[in-house]
Design a protein around this ligand. Sequence first.
Ligand code: GTP
Ligand code: ZN
Length: 187
Amino acid sequence: MSVDHAKIEQAVRMILEAVGENPDREGLLDTPKRVAKMYAEAFEGLDVDEEQYFETIFSEDHEEIVLVKDIPFFSMCEHHLVPFFGKAHVAYIPRGGRVVGLSKLARAVETVARRPQLQERITSTVANAIMKKLEPHGVVVVVEAEHMCMTMRGVKKPGAKTVTTSVRGVFEQDAAARAEVINLIKL
Ligand SMILES: Nc1nc2c(ncn2[C@@H]2O[C@H](COP(=O)(O)OP(=O)(O)OP(=O)(O)O)[C@@H](O)[C@H]2O)c(=O)[nH]1
Ligand SMILES: [Zn+2]
């Protein structure tokens, strides 16, 4: 199902009226249309299955850490529908030569972020998809983000960062392997 632009336009018009604005003044005339377009983009991941990125598997004999770090992302907090944004770091240890194109790790982050989200859910959804489709030795996903709902409103703490991790497979038991990934992320 794709985004219903007309419905969003109606809703934005109502919000503008509700806050005491005049949706018919010149500067606001195209705003409902623009906001609908923006939401279509911000939520385009709702239509996409993140597991599809892990269908094409290369055969390469590398059973050590692969890390794609500093993947920038923008998402929308599902409580307030304001942005949270930051970087994701995705690491895995392939098993049986099953590796994927590096861009697919970034694509999975991008798709999962483009939904009404919680940071925890982005982190675990990406980790689970990789575990399920690649059956690697293990996965670590680390996400660091700033939440506008904590910055511009509410508790108003600009600069506060939230860090979430999802650790799967060998990384759960092997503290040294986990530390290696964390050190590589910090490099
Ligand atoms: N766990 C989690 N919480 C989030 C995330 N994004 C926003 N939140 C929090 O969701 C909570 C919603 O809390 P509520 O008390 O229902 O809403 P609120 O009254 O607007 O809360 P305040 O932000 O404290 O003013 C807030 O504490 C937000 O900081 C996220 O990705 N994960
Ligand atoms: Zn929020």
